[in-house]
Design a protein around this ligand. Structure first.
Ligand code: NAD
Ligand code: ZN
Length: 362
């Protein structure tokens, strides 16, 4: 079992990583002193696979477990679902001291975290992420959110969990597209801060795709360490450092949005966004062509998209202009200097952005 410490002024917590480590969960929870009554928020697909297993481990160690399951997918990340969960929790929470367990992917982590932040102005919660994306990204850092009709993640709070418990054993049932999707974020971490991780992925991504447990654990651990390091220096995105986590996301988010959120998975859009960001970096003389090629080759080796079609350039640019990363009409891109080092650049010329989009549009 590996432990990464996320150190914050007030809300430090552990990220625990390992393979088939569920039996360790009760003791970790007891050490935190969260009480005996767990409300487990999950989605119906994860419920079928893992709720019984997790609940059994907790119940046989003196916890009570109430399971609340919502339909799988982004459509559950709404105010309506959150309020319905809050009502159900309030009816259950009489004479108890509850804590919330978010068991699932990023949708469940964001939603359950939001519910935990809002119910009674904040009750403790723990993250048990079950997708690769959630284990290496969304479960860490305390960003909770629901979607509004005008945009994704527009209502939320920074609200840190008490524990992140990442068992890579959960990843065995994840489909290959989701694994590739999550790996895009791992490549991102390598590009922004960790050349060694990037090289490790170049050498081991095939083993990762075949779910070699040693490689899974190593990558989840390294990515958790990187994300925790960024979050502890910039918990609430006030210092600008957390912005570097958006490498590939300016055009990635725009592509996702322009594609109506069903054409691309997030990681697929981010992979294309990273290819475009690297292109822009090269054209600005910041990144050597050979380094950009290594990024493109790694994304291709993983099986992430090389090009896209069926989304008009104008739609992508419109979506980009509505992004919250735009400040006072100026775009901000995270561009690469090297593998393992990036820089935030404002006001990239529109013509250059168009060129980058065209390059990857088939
Ligand atoms: P998801 O939660 O929808 O999970 C994807 C699918 O996998 C779902 O159908 C789910 O039922 C299924 N699933 C989950 N675990 C499984 C398992 N072990 N085996 C088989 N199937 C499983 O999506 P996601 O990709 O995990 O997360 C996407 C969400 O994360 C988005 O809403 C995004 O906004 C959010 N996000 C948040 C942050 C943050 O910092 N808070 C960062 C990145 C992304
Ligand atoms: Zn992302």
């Amino acid at each position: 079992m590996k432990v990464v410490h996320l150190k914050l002024k007030d809300n430090s917590y552990k990220i625990v990583i390992g393979n088939k480590i569920l039996s360790k969960l009760p003791r970790l929870l007891k050490t935190l002193g969260l009480g005996k009554d767990a409300v487990m928020i999950t989605d119906r697909s994860v419920e079928k696979l893992y709720t019984r297993k997790v609940a059994d481990v907790l119940q046989s160690n003196g916890f009570s477990v109430k399971v609340l399951a919502v339909p799988p997918g982004e459509k559950s990340k709404t105010g309506k679902t959150a309020l319905s969960l809050i009502e159900q929790i309030a009816r259950f929470d009489v004479g108890r001291r509850i804590f919330i367990v978010a068991l699932g992917g990023g949708v469940i982590g964001d939603l359950a975290g939001f519910v935990a932040a809002v119910y009674k102005r904040g009750v403790p919660y723990v993250q048990i992420p079950t997708t690769l994306l959630a284990q290496i990204d969304s479960a860490i850092g305390g960003k909770t959110a629901i979607d509004l009709s005008v945009g994704k993640n527009l209502a939320g709070a920074f609200y840190q969990p008490k524990l992140v418990f990442s068992d890579v054993g959960f990843l065995a049932t994840l489909d290959q597209r989701q694994i590739k999707n999550g790996l895009a974020e791992a490549v991102k971490y390598g590009m922004i801060l960790d050349q060694k991780l990037f090289v490790y992925l170049e050498k081991n991504s095939e083993k990762f795709l075949s779910r070699d447990e040693r490689v899974l654990t190593k990558v989840v651990e390294e990515c958790s360490r990187i994300k925790a390091g960024v979050v502890c220096k910039d918990e609430k995105e006030t210092e600008g450092l957390r912005m570097i986590l958006n490498f590939g996301h300016t055009l990635g988010h725009a592509l996702e949005n322009a594609g109506g959120y069903d054409r691309f998975h997030h990681g697929e859009a981010v992979a294309l966004g990273m290819r475009m960001a690297a292109y822009i970096s090269c054209r600005k003389g910041m990144l050597k062509a050979g380094e950009a090629k290594r990024l493109n080759d790694l994304l291709t080796l993983i099986g992430l998209p090389e090009t896209f079609k069926g989304v008009a350039q104008k739609k992508i640019l419109d979506a980009m202009h509505h992004d919250k990363k735009f400040v006072a009409g100026k775009n901000r891109f995270v561009l690469a200097r090297n593998i393992g080092s990036v820089q935030v650049v404002s006001d990239v010329a529109l013509s250059l952005i168009q060129e980058a989009i065209q390059k990857y549009q088939s």
